[in-house]
Ligand binder design. Structure first.
Ligand code: C2E
Ligand code: SIN
Ligand code: SIN
Ligand code: SIN
Ligand code: FE
Ligand code: FE
Length: 407
């Protein structure tokens, strides 16, 4: 049968090309997004999720749903993120993670008798969705560790009618999952290294927790996405920027490692002199990314140096010509669009989080006071278009705050 073989060769070379692409994505969320998109494209599936193993549980790590996304533009992807599924034989995803065997199900509401697992209709009920056919495959690394599962839902035929997944599709998605697993492991490692860099800041200032940087990173990419869509920036470009933006935003204050404890941990208000020194955390941060070797380095440097600029020109560090000079005199702040967009966005994300949280030097503000303040600072401290994007996704912002709440 020479014909199918030829077809397979072509498909496999397509898959290898996709895997190659996945290997170049270093941010874990963009990676999961891409893996799911590719798996769904292959099967014309309407929806899907990725669950990653964390101890003896599976965590909902990524969700896509074309039908729901059409009705509900306002991103409900965070509602899933708080649910865990035990790795056992009671649920479909749990069963696949436990056994490492893929499952191909024609209709989740009519499972064969004698199986240990059952379908949990909860998400269908809250989202008025009807799950029918389902393909669940394990994510297995080269060391044969099961690191999660990928689950795709409601395959469609050429006319757009829901149909079953085929054995062929199961084979291809399994192949894709194996390659994706390697990329996921690599992305996790990159993230670990960056988190260690961030841990360094925490060791210096234990009161600023990893949650603060996680929140600023997540707020920033969500604001960026909304802002960029408003500006009609192509989706491909948005995805590419989001990949590096989250991690670069998380590092906005990394330069605080170079600020003395006396200033950094001062319980009260800083003197003018102390504040002049504190301002240099922007420069110190940028200096860490000298000789950028990647887009990510360059963006991190840009954010570190520009996240305290203000739209009206009254911020810092301004137009610094040489960040490696010993003495940096106070500069006139950059103004308006002269400030890189990443800096304008992190400025808002950072101040929002600083105001709504407790700091060594201040108590938290009430939410309505924070929102009122941000509204008042539109056109002063903040770019009005960035403020607009922030308010229009405020439900997402709040969900992120809950996800990374202080414990
Ligand atoms: P941070 O705590 O991450 O605060 C980030 C930014 O949030 C501040 O930048 C400021 O724009 C805004 N912000 C924070 N708290 C308040 C507030 O109570 N009122 C208003 N209107 N805005 C607020 P900024 O001012 O450039 O400060 C940069 C960093 O310097 C702060 O980062 C913090 O680490 C430190 N810092 C600033 N002021 C003080 C202070 O009085 N005492 C101490 N110990 N540290 C301070
Ligand atoms: C997405 O994760 O991209 C969309 C999620 C949804 O709308 O359910
Ligand atoms: C990252 O986003 O984690 C790194 C990206 C890069 O090195 O280009
Ligand atoms: C503070 O108010 O304690 C510092 C923030 C600022 O000066 O804007
Ligand atoms: Fe800062
Ligand atoms: Fe900060």
């Amino acid at each position: 049968m020479p014909k199918p073989v030829k077809k397979n060769t072509k498909r496999i070379s397509e898959l290898l090309k996709i895997s190659e692409k996945l290997n170049h994505i270093k941010d874990i969320d963009s990676l999961l997004d891409n893996i799911l998109l590719e798996a769904r494209k292959f099967t014309r599936a309407d929806a899907g999720s990725i669950f990653l193993a964390d101890g003896d549980k599976l965590k909902f790590s990524y969700v896509q749903n074309d039908s729901i996304a059409k009705i509900d533009e306002g991103n409900n992807k965070y509602i899933y993120s708080i649910f865990d599924i035990p790795i056992d034989d009671k649920s479909i995803a749990g069963y696949v993670a436990l056994t490492g065997d893929p499952l191909l199900i024609e209709d989740v509401y009519q499972l064969n008798g004698g199986v240990s697992y059952s379908f949990n209709p909860y998400f269908d009920e809250i989202s008025c969705y009807r799950t029918k056919s389902m393909l669940t495959v394990p994510l297995v690394t080269s060391q044969q560790n099961i690191i999660g599962v990928i689950q795709i839902i409601n395959a469609k035929d050429k006319k757009g009618e829901v149909t079953s997944f085929s054995n062929d599709q199961m084979m291809y998605v399994s192949f894709l999952a194996n390659n994706a697993s390697v990329a996921i492991e690599r992305a996790k490692m990159t993230r670990e290294i960056v988190l260690r860099m961030i841990k360094m800041t925490e060791l210096r200032d234990p009161r600023e927790t990893g949650n603060h940087v996680n929140r600023v990173g997540s707020y920033s990419i969500e604001i960026y996405e909304k802002w960029a869509k408003n500006k009609k920036i192509p989706l491909e470009e948005i995805k590419k920027v989001k990949d590096t933006f989250r991690i670069a935003a998380m590092l906005h204050d990394v330069g605080k490692v170079a600020i003395s404890d006396m200033i950094l941990k001062k319980p009260g208000k800083l003197t003018e002199e102390e504040f002049e020194i504190m301002k240099k955390h922007t420069i110190f941060g940028a200096q860490l990314f000298e000789n950028p070797v990647s887009d990510w380095d360059a963006l991190s440097a840009e954010i570190a140096i520009s996240h305290h600029e203000k739209w009206d020109g009254s911020g810092y560090m301004g137009r610094v010509d040489n960040i490696y000079r010993e003495e940096i005199a106070p500069q006139i702040g950059k103004k308006g669009e002269e400030i890189p967009i990443a800096g304008r966005i992190v400025a808002l994300a950072d101040v929002y989080d600083a105001l709504i949280s407790k700091r060594v030097y201040k108590e938290p503000w009430k939410e309505e006071e924070v929102l009122k303040y941000i509204g008042e600072q539109s056109g002063k401290h903040f770019d009005p278009d960035v403020v607009k994007a922030f308010f229009s996704i405020y439900d997402v912002i709040r969900a992120i705050r809950e996800k990374y709440a202080e414990k």
